[in-house]
Design a protein around this ligand. Structure first.
Ligand SMILES: [Zn+2]
Length: 368
């Protein structure tokens, strides 16, 4: 990858209107009491970790350090019909009834504020906008800068900060409206994309590859032996990793599992559930900015080989705003055709230099 490529970032500031209030009462009450007693022992104000500052950190860095070839376009809201392709009508009716409300939806901390339902519609619709731009050939690649994230959202349940499954809505739209037959979804968020796996579990036309920190890390799903079922047996691929795994292991998994799987599947569209919580600042795994860039190079090569470069990324997690914004920046630079350095094991360069420096210092003195 050396020539410059067009990259379009899709961003709509309505996604900032989702900001659950953590002082609101938890449901059920007993959990509320327990959570509050734990929090009161910590000397910090607990904030909802999935907050608007995540996106503003990314967009601010992009404004401060623009990348040649990267432009920004507005997003849009998904329609109920577009959401219904992956969620049940009763689930959607429940979520829509919370418009302009504050509520906790799930004991694992998923909540809404006034503005959240529209933010979620815009997140899913903006993922659709990214896919449309790529399939219509208006841009080489696209990145939907959205929240709330989506990959934990199941057909009938909001979970893990996610309301609607944005990447699944985008994949289903590509198949229903844009003439795509086989969609590959690569999920490199630190957490397993349980919702996306659920939605496409028995679907042979959507390949789901997920590399994540293994159970019991949240949400606890994504075992190696979970490979889909029925007609979709074999099109779900899980690669669970131990805590602390980093660039070398991630790149090996992508090269030796994902690349041959993609060669077999021959996707006509490649989507990425791009989370950045595998960076070491989020304390679960050990991926570097260079690692994210190199992974981008691999999925771009897959898209170049099989589908004319059609590649769209959808933001998932990443809760340290420093590593989130710089991780996204590294990925956008890679998409725009920047040169990719092979990531090194942290400290190896320094050790090599130190070996050189000390060479000979402790050898027997031969000079008498
Ligand atoms: Zn995550």
């Amino acid at each position: 990858m050396s020539q410059q490529r067009d990259v379009t970032v899709f961003y709509d500031e309505r996604v900032l209107a989702h900001h659950p209030d953590t002082n609101m009462d938890f449901l059920p009450g007993r959990l509320d009491k327990r959570v509050r007693s734990i929090l009161s022992g910590l000397n910090v104000q607990w904030k909802y970790p999935e907050h608007p500052g995540r996106i503003t950190a990314i967009m601010d860095l992009l404004a401060r350090e623009p990348i040649p070839g990267v432009r920004i376009e507005p997003g849009k809201a998904a329609t109920p019909d577009q959401l219904r392709r992956v969620h049940t009508t009763s689930f959607l009716d429940d979520i829509f009834s919370l418009r302009d409300e504050s509520a906790w939806l799930d004991v694992d901390t998923t909540a809404v504020s006034p503005g959240s339902v529209e933010a979620a519609e815009v997140a899913a619709g903006t993922a659709i906008a990214a896919v449309e731009a790529v399939v219509e050939g208006r841009t080489n690649s696209a990145f939907a800068m959205v929240r709330p994230p989506g990959h934990h959202a199941e057909p009938v349940r909001a979970r893990g900060f996610c309301l609607f499954n944005n990447v699944a809505v985008a994949a289903a739209h590509a198949q229903a409206e844009l003439g795509c037959e086989r969609v590959l979804i690569v999920d490199w968020d630190a957490h397993h994309g349980n919702g996306t796996q659920d939605i496409f579990w028995a679907d042979p036309d959507t390949m789901f590859f997920d590399i994540h920190r293994a159970a019991p890390f949240y949400p606890g799903s994504g075992a190696l032996t979970d490979v889909g079922a029925g007609l979709g047996e074999g099109t779900t691929i899980n690669v669970p990793m131990p805590g602390g795994a980093g660039d070398v292991a991630y790149l090996k998994a992508l090269r030796e599992i994902l690349v041959p799987a993609a060669d077999y599947f021959k996707p006509d569209l490649v989507l990425v559930s791009a989370g950045f919580d595998a960076h070491w600042y989020d304390l679960a795994l050990n991926v570097s900015y260079e690692g994210f860039a190199a992974m981008t190079g691999i999925v771009q090569e897959i898209a170049d080989k099989h589908c004319n470069g059609r590649l769209a990324m959808v933001l998932e997690g990443g809760y340290n705003t420093e590593s989130l914004s710089h991780g996204v920046h590294a990925v956008l630079r890679a998409l725009a055709g920047g040169t990719l350095a092979e990531p090194r094991v942290c400290g190896m360069e320094e050790v090599d230099a130190a070996i050189d420096f000390h060479k000979g210092a402790f050898e027997p003195d031969n000079t008498d």
